[in-house]
Design a protein around this ligand. Structure first.
Ligand code: CP3
Length: 365
């Protein structure tokens, strides 16, 4: 752990901060010319698998944005490969899993003993943590079992999750076996990232919002709860993020995650209320607002901050990742605006610090 007393890590633990920390999902991505330049020379998977390159991409984005946390550059689907499921990215189609998991035998054949082969991600984490020292905290991440299973079973992205849900309904025993294997691999993988220097782990359950509350409780909640417990034993706070999750929020809170990520479909204060204010929240500006005029973008960002109302435990973020054509200037301006926002400290009764420190993340309360 490199920056345990940073505003970001403190906010993850619902501790008071002197200003709201901010970072963005997909902050290193195609919207940024520096990333596109690296991508011209290397495939996405090449970048992920070369620690020096992955670290460079992570660091460059965080420095350009002057942001309060650096998420390690990797991909959600990397664990599929070590479980025995090769995949590739096809232009326009997104990820393609070559032989989707459909039967009991397919599940039995999945390996859960090779998480260590993802060590290149931990190596990248340790390079980034070394670079930032205690200046900017590092976020490690992994996929949640439902979202990873949906890719494994559907063979790629999906609209209705027909194959995944059919397996859940018709073969609950096999479904649970698959979820258990995924938790074994991802929990070990994420714990390795913490040992390498990640301050916080984010679990992406990007597509869990396609489930009813009852199905979530029966088929997902017990597995994610076990995973969160295991990760918290490393000492790192855990952020649990999903989209379309408004109805699932009370159940998601039962996982015991330190922070719940909110998407933009629910107002931040309403989402936090559904969590009984018993954990921290991260979010939740619509990423498409980054395409709007600055005046509109600013007023919507301000609305999110006002809804957080200076309560301890708010991390500013988007409701989902930055989109490819997003204007970089708006992303930079938004980060600066959140960092300069004085409402938090004043309403919390602690000293107001409205000036922006060029060394992002260096101020501690
Ligand atoms: O946030 C960051 O800056 C860290 C990097 C990161 C990537 N993927 C790199 C990447 C993170 C956190 C992810 C997570 C990820 N990957 C998720 C969960 C997050 C979410 O959006 O909910 C998912 C579902 C994936 C799987 C995946 N990888 C998809 C669906 C795609 C898009 C395919 C396409 O062609 O648009 C990817 C590719 C990917 N992973 C890119 C990046 C920056 C796109 C850019 C590229 O091809 O270089």
């Amino acid at each position: 752990m490199s920056a345990p007393n940073s505003n970001f890590v403190r906010a993850c633990k619902s501790q008071p901060v002197n200003r709201t920390p901010v970072w963005f999902m997909r902050q290193a991505g195609r919207y940024m010319p520096e990333y596109r330049a690296v991508r011209k020379q290397h495939s996405l998977l090449e970048i992920c698998k070369k620690p020096a390159l992955a670290a460079e991409v992570t660091i460059t984005a965080a420095e350009i944005l002057g942001i309060d946390a650096a998420i390690i550059f990797a991909d959600l689907l990397l664990p599929l490969e070590v479980m025995g499921l090769p995949f590739h990215f096809s232009a326009g189609e997104g990820p393609v899993i070559e032989k989707p998991v459909r039967t009991k035998e397919d599940i039995a054949n999945l390996r859960s003993d090779r998480a260590a082969d993802l060590g290149y991600v931990s190596e990248a984490v340790s390079l980034v943590a070394k670079h930032f020292a205690n200046r900017v905290p590092v976020i490690g991440f992994c996929g949640a079992p439902f979202t990873l299973a949906s890719y494994m079973i559907e063979g790629g992205g999906s609209r209705n999750y027909v194959h995944a849900k059919t397996m859940m309904y018709n073969s609950p025993v096999e479904w649970d076996a698959l979820m258990r294997k995924l938790v074994v691999v991802t929990a070990e993988y994420a714990a390795d990232q913490v040992r390498a220097g990640a301050d916080v782990i984010q679990i992406f359950d990007s597509w869990v919002g396609c489930l009813s509350v009852d199905d979530y409780r029966r088929f997902v909640l017990p597995h994610v709860t076990g995973m969160v417990k295991q990760l918290q034993r490393t000492g790192a706070p855990v952020i649990y993020f999903g989209t379309d999750s408004a109805t699932l929020l009370p159940a998601m809170k039962e996982t015991g995650a330190d922070v719940i990520g909110l998407d933009w479909r629910i107002p931040l204060d309403e989402g936090w209320a559904r969590l009984n204010y018993e954990c921290a929240v991260q979010g939740n500006l619509d990423p498409v607002l980054l395409f709007a005029d600055w005046k509109e973008l600013k007023s919507r960002a301000e609305a999110v901050l006002q809804q957080a109302a200076g309560r301890p435990g708010h991390i500013f973020n988007l409701g989902h990742g930055i989109l490819p054509e997003t204007p970089v200037e708006n992303v930079k301006s938004l980060a600066r605006f959140v960092q300069d926002y004085a409402g938090v400290a004043s309403s919390a009764g602690s000293p107001v610090s409205a000036s922006r420190n060029p060394k992002a993340g260096s101020r501690t309360p």
